[in-house]
Design a protein around this ligand. Structure first.
Ligand SMILES: Nc1ncnc2c1ncn2[C@@H]1O[C@H](COP(=O)(O)OP(=O)(O)OP(=O)(O)O)[C@@H](O)[C@H]1O
Length: 626
């Protein structure tokens, strides 16, 4: 298995710890980036390496050829040799002129292909997080954002390493050339480069640390900025006059990031300025030495020329080398986030010997289920036990925050119970393949999604295999009572349910997008769940909360017919809809407080009876009979 796909023990949390990005060994990260680039763009990587090697040899070759040419002129060598030397210089000149362009193209292509590969690997790794926990973990979200930023890190890293390699090789060639003239000056020029390299690496590390430290601020800045232009937020932003408030919040996060970055930039200015002065001093001193050495006859004219070319070339190569190292270091730290996301264990353990999930025959049993969202959060469920028998409808009732939606999330295995178990015909949900389990369940959540896609896609997403099966899509929409509305849209089911994206040939056509009302959206979400047809368990979490009374009555009647003989779980605060469930479970303080059918619970005169009477009195207060 490739190290990129190393699969740590399930449950291992590799995401926490702000400093982790800095602890990833840079060498391992560089190797991983080259492996990824090799898989994504082998030809471009090879071309980039060859171009880098040839570019590396060019400066030293130019310096040597210059020296030989000048000395040859002084010594009066034959025309043939002079022509060969000048020809060599011309070739080197052409190489120096053309190769950077070839290198730029190869690198850009390498970067593009590596980015596609990196993003693919990254989001496949995100897909392995099958539950919800990671998406509620701020460090994971920060890491994902940094790793995702366009997928550029591996291409940038390879480019910077190749630049560093080119710089290193050309510096080595120039060092060899300079050694011929003066070992002492060679030592001085090299020694002057060491502090520059050290400082640049330190600065790169500091820049990466700032980036990581400020990532929560960057995420908040993005959030506030988004709200300012978000069509859904626009209503409240305008009505409550929030624009100024949000803009100020956004700018204050932006300013906080600027302050941290400015601090590093100032440090960079001071150190880089000082070090540049040092380099200029070394070059100037060396030139004085060379001129006087030539006057005293210790150096030839060609040697002086080569010395000048070489010192300038070496300093430029070292400066390039230093900035490439720094760039490589910064990209490596960024790419480390990518590797950490890839190495993050799935948030839910994968069963070692999974058991099949056959069609439900007996029922689903919650057995002493305890749950809290985190160790430092309060218990939501404190030993919940009840059964959803096969073929029957069960309703969950209880006050806001009683834990009803939490039970739905546990049933879909978006989390595992902290204690106790949920059993599908006696088999613990933790023992079955998650995809198989989810294929057997159809759920509408109360916070359903509104996708900026066409009407047909919004419904068809409920069963991807049937995304282009218009008959099934319209049947599901009919069952949810939204078929007429969708068919009547400007482009029927092909109308985009969005005003952000347009569809079709003419994006300026105002008829390409349509907006639905809240209740209509709710019906679309219901249709999406109903696309899943004959699933073993139908879960409806407040499926009609946004509907008008008549629509609600009609939808419940349809759903009642649809649920008949099917296993279902219904959550609704409208107890009129709950009343005809085969069994009603009332949650209070994290436990099952009451259980029975409507008649039994009314007779028991508990919470259910009280809430039911309260709602019923609201409806009968006017004395108007339905
Ligand atoms: N992702 C989460 N992280 C932390 N706490 C959460 C999370 N989701 C829900 N909670 C908490 O768990 C408790 C139960 O929430 P849940 O959504 O299950 O209630 P509910 O019975 O469905 O409420 P409602 O009737 O308002 O929909 C609440 O106190 C809520 O604050």
């Amino acid at each position: 298995m490739s190290p990129d796909h190393a699969d740590p023990a399930p449950g291992t949390d590799t995401t926490s710890g702000a400093a982790r990005a800095g602890t990833e060994p840079v060498r391992a990260t560089v190797v991983a980036a080259f492996r990824l680039a090799g898989r994504a763009a082998p030809a471009q990587l090879t071309a980039a390496v060859v171009v880098a090697a040839v570019s590396a040899a060019a400066p030293a070759a130019t310096a040597w050829l210059t020296r030989e040419t000048v000395n040859g002129i002084v010594a009066g060598v034959g025309a043939g040799r002079l022509l060969a030397l000048v020809g060599g210089l011309a070739v080197a000149g052409v190489a120096v002129g053309v190769l950077p362009h070839a290198a730029t193209y190869a690198r850009a292509e390498l970067g593009r292909r590596s980015a596609v590969r990196a993003l693919d690997e990254l989001y496949r790794a995100v897909e392995r997080q099958v539950g919800l926990r990671r998406f509620e973990d701020p460090p994971f979200l920060d890491r994902l954002r940094m790793a995702g930023s366009g997928g550029r890190a591996p291409g940038d890293l390879c480019g910077a390493v190749l630049n560093a390699g080119t710089g290193l090789l050309s510096a080595a060639g120039l060092v060899a050339a300079l050694l011929l003239v003066s070992p002492l000056m060679t030592g001085i020029v090299l020694a002057a480069a060491v502090p520059v390299l050290g400082m640049e690496l330190l600065l790169a590390r500091q820049r990466a640390a700032v980036l990581w430290r400020m990532s929560p601020a960057a995420r908040r800045e993005f959030f506030f900025g988004q709200l300012l232009g978000h069509p859904v937020a626009a209503k409240e932003v305008r009505l409550f006059g929030l624009a100024g408030f949000l803009r100020e919040r956004m700018l204050s996060e932006h300013r906080a990031i600027d302050v941290a970055q400015r601090r590093v930039d100032r440090r960079a200015l001071a150190t880089q300025g000082g070090l540049a002065l040092l380099g200029a001093g070394v070059a100037g001193g060396g030139l004085i030495w060379a001129v006087f050495a030539a006057r005293d006859g210790r150096l030839g004219v060609g040697d002086v020329t080569m010395f000048v070319v070489t010192v300038a070339g070496l300093q430029a190569a070292l400066a390039g080398l230093v900035s490439s190292f720094a760039g490589a270091h910064a990209s490596a730290l960024l790419f480390a986030h990518h590797r950490t996301v890839l190495a993050t264990a799935p948030d839910l353990p994968v069963p070692a010997a999974p058991q099949p999930v056959p069609a439900l025959r007996r029922g689903i049993e919650l057995r002493d289920v305890w749950f809290r969202y985190a160790d430092d959060k309060p218990w939501v469920l404190r030993g919940v036990t009840f059964t959803i028998p096969h073929g029957l409808s069960v309703a969950l009732a209880g006050h806001n925050g009683a834990g009803k939606t939490t039970i739905v999330k546990l049933l879909c295995r978006l989390y595992d119970p902290t204690r106790g178990s949920i059993r599908w015909d006696g088999v613990d949900l933790r023992q079955v393949p998650l995809d198989d389990l989810r294929r057997r369940i159809a759920t509408v959540f109360q916070d359903y999604m509104e996708y900026d896609l066409t009407a047909a896609e919004n419904v068809g997403l409920g069963d991807l295999a049937a995304l282009s099966d218009r008959e099934r899509i319209t049947a599901a929409a009919r069952l949810a009572g939204i078929d007429g509305v969708l068919a009547g849209l400007p482009r029927g089911y092909d109308t985009m349910l969005s005003q952000i994206f347009a569809v079709g040939d003419d994006p300026d056509d105002p008829e390409t997008g349509a907006m639905l009302s809240g209740g209509q959206w709710q019906r679309v979400a219901l249709a999406r769940a109903l696309m899943r047809g004959e699933r073993d368990l139908l879960v409806l979490d407040e499926p009609t909360a946004g509907l008008d009374a008549e629509a609600e009555h009609e939808i419940h009647a349809r759903l009642r017919a649809h649920r008949a003989g099917r296993t279902s779980l219904l959550i609704s605060h409208r107890l009129g809809a709950v009343a005809d469930a085969d069994r009603i479970v009332v949650l209070r303080n994290g436990v099952v407080a009451e259980e029975g059918d409507h008649t039994e619970l009314i007779a028991a005169r508990g919470t259910y009876a009280r809430l039911f009477a309260l709602q019923a009195s609201g409806y009968t207060r006017t004395g108007v009979e339905p």
